[in-house]
Design a protein around this ligand. Structure first.
Ligand code: GLA
Length: 355
């Protein structure tokens, strides 16, 4: 059902507005957005639709096609641990950004898998903030919306995520990759050459970013940066790089990944601009190996799927997103796609084709 239909069915009237927020796939540059590195996400067709309207009291009433019932939350409530936390906190954040302090009714319809590394939570938060602002025609620039959405996840939800997902949802456009320097938030849009096909499969394994493992990686990176005297691991100089190699595990691997992944992403942007698909694919492969061996965020199933993707014809393949489950992105020559998909489906019955 559409968000508009769900709104009508739940609240007995038509919504005042409907917004869309798309998911994203990060092509390369993983776990560098909190280390001052370069990331390269691009939007996918899967998305959320958010239908909204003002409602009487100081409450936010939220319905979703993914969960039964309506969750009605008073403005004064804190985090509940329920599914509605993201939309609720986003509605409150919109008030901080200038939306009127009025009650809201929200209906969300999503075809974006959750816990898959495709930014479903960033899409929810950015989408609801935008919807709430649009209701009163408040204009806030995209970067401020992305920062506010990151603050919702950091402060209200308690996930110490970087800003890649929120920036990608707020700014990326189809057919382009967003080369985002997370140390300055400067972005460049790079067109994806015709004939390049980035396919996304869901591994069948889901993860939660708030299960502590993401936070632990972030903490390890902070410790490593402190130990070598670097402000940001991705920007380590030659002396700091030598100090990284002298660290004990696991910090050595964590820091090595951050630095090498940033450099791979710089090279990948150059390959994208040059139309060098083979070179881009090789960098994806190296990125996966680094996430597996140095950063240790992949799973045996995902490693096997990445390998099978290459064996079935991909020019490169890697896990995408925070890790410990989720999705694999592969660069596939379009003429190989049918055989590639058939080979993967035959070997991994739990795989879902997402984009
Ligand atoms: C999650 C976080 C992002 C980023 C990625 C890993 O998606 O929300 O900020 O750190 O993991 O690249």
């Amino acid at each position: 059902m559409s968000a508009s239909g769900l709104f009508q069915e739940t609240f007995g009237r038509a919504p005042a507005i409907v917004m869309r927020a798309h998911g994203r796939v990060n092509l390369i540059g993983e776990h560098v957005d909190y280390n001052g590195g370069l990331v390269l996400p691009t939007p996918i067709a899967r998305r959320l639709e958010i239908a909204a309207g003002f409602a009487g009291e100081d409450r936010v009433a939220i319905a979703s096609n993914r969960f039964a019932g309506v969750d009605s939350r008073a403005f004064v409530e804190g985090r509940s641990g329920r599914w509605s936390d993201y939309a609720f906190a986003a509605a409150l954040k919109a008030i901080e950004l200038g939306a009127p302090r009025r009650g809201l009714a929200i209906a969300i319809a999503s075809d974006l898998p959750e816990g898959a590394g495709l930014s479903s939570s960033a899409a929810t938060v950015v989408g609801v903030i935008r919807a709430a602002l649009a209701l009163s025609a408040r204009e806030v620039d995209d970067v401020s919306i992305a920062r506010a959405a990151q603050a919702v996840e950091n402060d209200f939800i308690g996930v110490p995520c970087g800003i890649m997902d929120q920036m990608a949802v707020a700014l990326a456009r189809p057919g382009e990759a967003l080369a985002l320097d997370t140390s300055t938030l400067a972005c460049e849009r790079v067109a994806i050459p015709a004939g390049w096909r980035f396919a996304v499969i869901h591994s069948g394994e889901t993860r939660a970013l708030n299960d502590g493992r993401y936070a632990l990686r972030r903490l390890e990176c902070e410790r490593a940066a402190r130990a070598v005297g670097a402000e940001a691991l991705c920007r380590a100089d030659a002396r700091q790089e030598a100090a990284i190699e002298a660290l004990a595990p696991p910090l050595r691997g964590r820091a090595r990944h951050a630095l090498s992944e940033h450099r791979r992403t710089v090279a990948a942007v150059a390959a994208l601009r040059a139309g060098n698909a083979a070179g881009f694919g090789r960098l994806m492969d190296e990125s996966h190996a680094s996430m597996r061996d140095d950063f240790e965020v992949t799973t045996p199933l995902i490693d096997a799927e990445v390998e099978a993707s290459r064996a079935a014809g991909a020019l490169g393949a890697r896990m995408t997103g925070g890790g410990f489950g989720g999705c694999v992105v592969s660069l596939i020559p379009p003429e190989r796609e049918e055989g590639w998909a058939a080979a993967l489906a035959a070997r991994f019955p739990g795989v879902r084709f997402i984009a």
